[in-house]
Design a binder for this molecule. Structure first.
Ligand SMILES: Nc1nc2c(c(=O)[nH]1)N[C@H]1C(S)=C(S)[C@@H](COP(=O)(O)O)O[C@H]1N2
Ligand SMILES: [Mo]
Length: 369
């Protein structure tokens, strides 16, 4: 049986050792921790559970841009780190005997689940940044539950390996030139993938944006587009478009009536869950003025419906903290021009510190809840 990789001494590199595994593991663990925490936050913001809904705040204005930027940056950085970590430990796959005890078998099974969940999690996340979904299951729910599975598996793995991790946290043997070179290579890989993709949300890295799926300054009116008006079937908004607001005092406003209301400006980013962000100067009517006109109570939530016939973001709910924020607009203009159809003409929602998916375009109706 003990042939090929199963032979005694089949792996000769000195770097398949616990010290290298611990050093790479520390970096990978840090990236995964940041990725998990920011991902969790993103899920909570996108679909706030009832207990959280009324405690969310609309500040800092760039909050979601920063956390979601970090989510995608740490996720991308984790890919070469996971590669390095798996290379360091892969000889263990051929351990002999395959299981020494029930505990050992269970630990190996746990690692199999951990590695599978982690690979699938990073793979689905990476493909989401390019909006490619070559699988039959829903991305968001799958990514969410795989995240828990991978993080749970990671904690169990750390618990099982705690003595080994502790023993190799500091270097015990002599410095190894090979290890230093390997770790420098890992650092360089992480730096390259990070620096060439982070520009999709970090403005001062824009010049290095070689591999990011989006350049945040390319698109109509200098802003990228995820779902175009053509894809949403809203290229030609009805000529008699008017905004309908339902509440204690329901009303309808035509475009000219909307334009006759006090207009405000706000510099706010679209911060897409896929990791790109772009700021723009929006102008339009304050949502809170529209709420007051409809006699909405201070703590009322808002439901916004798009002209779009269907699509996952046709209807969105907005907790009171966002609806009452003076920066939250029903935007009619962007960067000094009437909205391009791809950016939501005739009107769109723009609010501070919110995921891009909730910045509803082609608004038809608002409903006070
Ligand atoms: N009605 C509607 N609004 C929508 C969407 C959509 O598909 N339908 N996409 C959202 C997503 S995912 C993002 S990131 C932003 C992008 O806005 P932009 O195309 O103006 O940059 O719009 C949001 N608003
Ligand atoms: Mo998005």
């Amino acid at each position: 049986m003990r042939r090929g990789p199963l032979r005694e001494g089949a792996f000769t590199s000195k770097l398949h050792d616990p010290r290298t595994a611990v050093v790479v593991g520390r970096r990978l663990g840090t990236a995964l921790l940041v990725c998990f925490a920011t991902g969790l936050l993103s899920h909570l913001l996108q679909e706030p559970p009832t207990w959280l809904r009324d405690h969310l705040t609309s500040r800092p204005v760039q909050g979601y841009r920063v956390t979601q930027g970090l989510h995608v940056i740490s996720g991308i950085a984790a890919i070469p780190l996971l590669g390095a970590k798996l290379w360091t430990v892969y000889p263990k796959l051929f351990e002999w005997p395959p299981a020494r005890s029930v505990a050992h078998a269970l630990e190996r099974l746990g690692i199999a689940v951990l590695v599978a969940a982690m690979l699938l999690e990073l793979f689905t996340g990476l493909l989401n940044t390019v909006q490619w979904y070559p699988w039959p299951f829903p991305f968001r729910q799958t990514h969410f539950w795989l995240g828990w599975l991978a993080t749970g598996g990671l904690l169990l793995h750390l618990a099982a390996k705690a003595p080994l991790v502790a023993a190799h946290w500091r270097r015990t043997g002599p410095a190894l030139a090979q290890r230093r070179a390997f770790l420098a290579g890992v650092t360089a890989s992480v730096a390259v993938v990070t620096l060439t993709t982070a520009g999709q949300t970090v403005p001062w890295l824009r010049a290095l944006t070689l591999f990011a799926p989006r350049r945040p300054d390319i698109g109509p009116q200098g802003l990228p587009v995820n779902r175009t008006a053509a894809q949403a079937g809203t290229t030609t908004a009805p000529a008699d478009w008017s905004l309908r607001v339902d509440g204690p005092r329901p009303y309808e406003l035509t475009m000219s009536r909307l334009l006759a209301m006090p207009q405000y400006e706000a510099d706010l980013p679209i911060a897409c869950v896929e990791g790109w962000s772009a700021s723009a100067r929006w102008a339009g009517v304050r949502v809170r003025d529209l709420l007051d006109l409809a006699g909405a109570p201070e703590d009322a939530r808002l439901r916004v419906t798009s002209l779009e016939a269907d699509g996952p973001y046709r209807v969105t709910d907005m907790p009171a903290a966002y609806a009452r924020d003076p920066l939250t607009l029903l935007a009619l203009r962007v960067n000094g021009e009437v909205l391009d159809p791809d950016h939501g003409y005739p009107a769109r929602i723009i609010a501070p510190d919110r995921p891009g998916v909730l910045q509803t375009k082609w608004v038809a109706r608002m409903e006070i809840l």
